[in-house]
Design a protein around this ligand. Structure first.
Ligand SMILES: [Zn+2]
Length: 360
């Protein structure tokens, strides 16, 4: 409404059912019993219970969401007796992470993670193109078009599921590396910003090429890598196992020399980093990861305790456990997701940690 009257945007439209993809139940409305869920005004129905609710937790708000291949429910759970874990100033180990496209993550310890490009790999791009073309050739409003649109939506869902599963895998691996994790505070929206339009001075009302079409591909790769959600998952996994998590200013992390601290854009040649003032040579992204690590240490006044060397066959130090979960798969976070399938749910795995989805 406001957009129409004040800013002259479009005429306000009525809301219809397709405007909504989810709805919520208030705390206390929903009941759970094994693989059955009670939804007020719908009744008891079967669903796939991907994870049990940890002991001592209460069910809060329950959200039901319609996705391309069925209905999902996410259950917010809460336990007031869980203490807030203070961020320690002393850590044994800290790892810095640099996000990228050729490799998804470079760690300051020298390891890296591949970027699987779930929706921008050559094969997936081709499949997407075919599905989109098939859709656009169907008659508008026809049942065929609806069917084709569903197929396309399921493909997008598949990409999203693959991405999320891989991100959980990476996040857990990273969190197991060190006591503290440091990442860049990226401005992804700014990175994906469109190029400014260049008006043509000769022909009025026309525009010159501004490089946007070339940038579009890069933007798609950035969206596909989805660093933001990966960082969220790392933060979540870190909180779950009682580890510290820091975000640092990303400015010049790939241009600063980790040896002498000189900032120079000329030090970097693609993947290689050669310092223009001291001649220090390193892999550009690993170097950046190292800078992110040192930045977190400086900004937060961390003390890195000297570790005694531990032999590989010796007993592992005990990990901090915040609270117990009844099964192997721990769900110490505050949110849980369950999955129900269509109106008559069948079993399948649920997003948070899962990988496989059932075919149609
Ligand atoms: Zn240097």
């Amino acid at each position: 409404m406001e957009g129409f009257f004040k800013h002259g945007r479009g005429f306000p439209s009525f809301k219809n059912r397709s405007n909504f993809r989810s709805f919520q139940y208030k705390p206390g409305d929903v009941k759970l019993d094994g693989n059955k869920i009670y939804l007020p005004s719908i009744g008891w129905m079967r669903f796939y219970n991907s994870r049990p609710i940890p002991q001592g937790f209460q069910i809060r708000t329950v959200t039901l969401r319609k996705k391309a291949d069925g209905w999902y429910t996410s259950i917010l759970i809460k336990d007031d007796s869980v203490p807030d874990y203070p961020t320690p100033k002393e850590v044994n180990t800290i790892v810095g992470l640099d996000m990228g496209l050729t490799k998804l993550v470079h760690c300051s310890d020298g390891s890296d993670f591949d970027n699987p490009r779930p929706s921008t790999s050559k094969k997936e791009k081709r499949t997407l193109k075919i599905r989109q073309r098939r859709l656009s050739r169907k008659n508008i409003g026809s049942a065929n078009r609806k069917f084709e649109a569903q197929k396309l939506a399921r493909l997008h869902k598949k990409h999203a599921d693959k991405r999320s599963a891989y991100q959980w895998f990476v996040a857990n691996k990273i969190v197991n590396k060190a006591d503290a994790i440091s990442v860049e505070d990226l401005n992804i929206k700014g990175m994906k910003a469109k190029c400014k339009p260049k008006p043509d001075d000769v022909k009025q009302g026309r525009f010159l090429k501004n490089g946007q079409s070339a940038k579009r591909g890069l933007n798609r790769s950035i969206s596909d890598a989805s660093w933001g959600t990966l960082i969220e998952k790392i933060q979540y996994a870190a909180a779950k196992s009682g580890k510290s998590f820091f975000k640092v200013d990303p400015k010049n992390t790939s241009r600063t020399c980790s040896k002498c601290g000189v900032v120079d854009a000329l030090s970097r040649f693609g993947e290689k980093f050669v310092c223009t003032s001291c001649g220090h040579e390193a892999h550009a992204d690993k170097q950046a990861a190292g800078n992110i690590k040192t930045r977190a240490v400086q900004q937060n006044g961390l003390v890195i305790k000297k570790l005694k060397k531990v032999r590989r066959d010796s007993v592992k130090p005990k990990q901090l456990i915040l609270f117990e979960t009844p099964t192997v798969e721990s769900t110490t976070g505050k949110r849980k997701q369950h999955r129900a399938r269509n109106s008559f749910p069948r079993c399948a795995w649920e997003p948070a940690n899962s990988i496989e989805f059932m075919g149609y």
